[in-house]
Design a protein around this ligand. Structure first.
Ligand code: GNR
Ligand code: NI
Length: 173
């Protein structure tokens, strides 16, 4: 396993649309495992391949609390096959927008079809935090960040705050 560097906005690679995976083979399984290690190390609850500079439709999620057993979910080519009319609002964060948070409204329940780590087609109905996280990760595969759901004013405020915070920090290699 390997930890991968996480891209931070405004990296243009975060705006790219990812390509579908043909088959979940050993290489994609390795990517999924590396992404999980990277996510756990960063204390995130989800990660999209886009965030580690890989343009493939792969996401990982684990919303288990720190006192619970880990529950890693690996998905390739996730698609929403049902989204509820009911919506829910949650204050989201993102590893690619460090220390920035804002309320985002999304469907409360979604049913997702995807390929698992054994290349089997599966479906999962998600609500609560899992639904929020899966939708947030799927957005990344289309080059969408949570700030893209906000008004232009709020989005620019966050992006400017991020730039200001980065100026005070030494450049990362
Ligand atoms: O770790 C994360 N927490 C989080 C909190 C609220 C809504 C979405 C998320 S996902 C985020 C990790 C991340 O940036 N995934 O892309
Ligand atoms: Ni994110």
């Amino acid at each position: 396993m390997a930890r991968l560097p996480i891209l931070v906005a405004p990296d243009p690679r975060l705006k790219a649309r990812a390509d579908a995976v043909d088959t979940v083979d050993a290489e994609i399984r390795q990517l999924m495992d590396d992404m999980l290690e990277t996510m756990y190390d960063a204390r995130g609850i989800g990660l999209a391949a886009t965030q580690v500079g890989v343009r493939k439709r792969v996401i990982v999620v684990d919303i288990a609390g720190k006192d619970e057993d880990p529950n890693p979910i690996r998905m390739a080519n996730p698609e929403i096959v049902y989204a509820s009319e009911d919506e829910t609002t949650y204050e989201e964060g993102c590893l690619s927008l460090p220390e920035q948070y804002a309320d985002v409204k999304r469907p409360e329940t979604v049913r997702v079809r995807y390929l698992d780590h054994e290349n089997e087609i599966r479906e999962l109905t998600a609500d609560g935090m899992l639904a929020i996280c899966v939708q947030h990760e799927m957005d990344h595969l289309d080059g969408v960040l949570f700030v893209d759901h906000l008004s232009g004013l709020k989005r620019n405020m966050i992006l400017r705050k991020l730039q200001k915070a980065r100026k005070g920090q030494p450049a990362t290699v």
